[in-house]
Design a protein around this ligand. Structure first.
Ligand SMILES: Cc1ncc(COP(=O)(O)O)c(C=O)c1O
Length: 395
């Protein structure tokens, strides 16, 4: 019998059939995520020729040579297959040692991740039931608001305006019987604010009192222009610490980070990784071994350069914009002068070839905008001049 398929008479010909609309199959949880704020900036940016781009959330330096060489060597020597779900033992051992040394934790679990983002997702999947609430400070990193919804949990943003500090009384006021998790991000994206030891102690007290798990997102820990403080040592049983290599080593595309915390929780996250991300990418795990050799990779010059750029932006805009001086990351979050919304202000800046991100992308308010100073001094100077001109014209 011929295997040729005969035309099915039940399917109307192209001329008469109504075209099926695949968007009718999209799930509500996908529709609920609104990426329009960031997309608008990207769309606007795509139209500009050689823009002064102060919207980028990643370092402007490239991966250091020793890491690149190690990555190439890993690929060439066949380190291209799945690794164990939790990561390669050679990498877990030094990370675990470092975690124990920096936190004082006695016996933490460690899970190597496809970027810190994977850790945010997996910890929420492991710890939150539908209806459970997650607290975080507003302004916030975009994933904190969107990811809980994917699993039916409830994001609760705690306002920190106008100083972007951690206000324990406001966190207390936001707690309900359904609160299960509190996210702490210091240094912060988008404000660059770094929390003090006293603020972290206040947050830890709340976590202890209400039996919350704290997700401590420390992806910007290397870009701290004074001593980096972590909440992790204060909460040995109640903290998942997330660290990443993306920002520190300019390797955002390599997708590598790790989570550490109580073994029982890390084991659950690892189980979930097995059925989702499977493992972090193998060559990047082998390349990261370079960081734990005796000579390591010194990023001090890059961190010093960003400290200087931070000062340049804060001082350059000081007369025209209200700014809470950031202590870390590579962001500044100035207030829009005058009466315009941040979205309107950003549109004006785009007209003058400067790309920024309006506050509403990271916040319930639209009164500030994010500057990333991870760019050349030349571009920064031009950007500062144009922003000050816009502020003058608003006055
Ligand atoms: C606060 C914060 N956490 C996590 C991430 C995710 O980083 P990655 O998944 O590259 O480790 C980012 C990236 O922008 C971030 O800003």
């Amino acid at each position: 019998m011929s295997k040729t398929q005969l035309p099915d008479s039940s399917i109307p010909s192209q001329g008469t059939r109504t075209i099926f609309d695949p968007s009718s199959l999209i799930a509500q949880r996908a529709l609920d995520i609104d990426a329009s704020g960031i997309r608008k900036v990207f769309d606007l940016g795509a139209k500009l020729k050689d823009p002064i781009n102060l919207s980028i959330g990643q370092p402007d330096f490239d991966v250091p040579e020793p890491l690149k060489e190690r990555m190439i060597k890993a690929i060439q020597s066949g380190k291209n297959r799945y690794t164990p779900t939790q990561g390669i033992a050679e990498l877990i051992v030094p990370i675990r040692h470092q975690v124990m040394e920096s936190t004082g934790w006695r016996d933490p679990g460690v899970l190597i991740l496809s970027g810190t983002s994977a850790g945010i997702m997996l910890s929420m999947c492991a710890l939150l039931n539908p209806g459970d609430e997650v607290l975080f400070l507003d302004p916030y990193f975009v994933m904190y608001r969107q990811l809980p919804r994917l699993i039916g949990a409830v994001p609760v943003a705690v306002d920190t305006y106008p100083d972007f500090r951690l206000h324990a009384d406001r966190i207390e006021a936001a707690i309900t019987p359904r609160t299960r998790m509190m996210i702490i991000c210091s240094p912060s994206n988008p404000t660059g604010i770094t929390l003090t030891a006293a603020e972290l102690e206040a947050a830890a007290q709340i976590a202890r009192k209400h039996k919350l798990m704290v997700l401590s997102d420390e992806i910007y820990d290397a870009f701290c222009y004074q001593k980096h403080e972590s909440i992790a040592p204060l909460l040995p049983e109640q903290c998942i610490q997330l660290k990443g290599y993306s920002k520190t080593y300019g390797m955002t595309g390599w997708r590598l980070g790790y989570a550490s915390g109580p073994q029982v929780i890390i084991e659950q996250m690892s189980k979930l990784q097995q059925y989702t991300f499977v493992c972090a990418q193998a060559p990047a795990q082998y390349a990261a071994l370079e960081l734990y050799q005796s000579h390591g990779v010194d990023m001090t010059p890059m961190v010093d350069a960003y400290r200087r750029k931070r000062d340049m932006v804060v001082e350059g805009l000081a007369g025209h914009f209200a700014i809470n001086p950031p202590g870390g990351a590579f962001y500044v979050f100035p207030q829009v002068p005058g009466r315009r919304t941040a979205t309107e202000f950003v549109a004006r800046a785009v007209d003058k070839n400067v790309l920024l991100i309006p506050g509403q992308v990271f916040s319930g308010r639209d009164t500030h905008f994010r500057i990333s100073y991870a760019t050349s001094d030349e571009k920064l100077k031009q950007g500062i001049r144009i922003l000050n001109e816009i502020a003058d014209s608003e006055a």
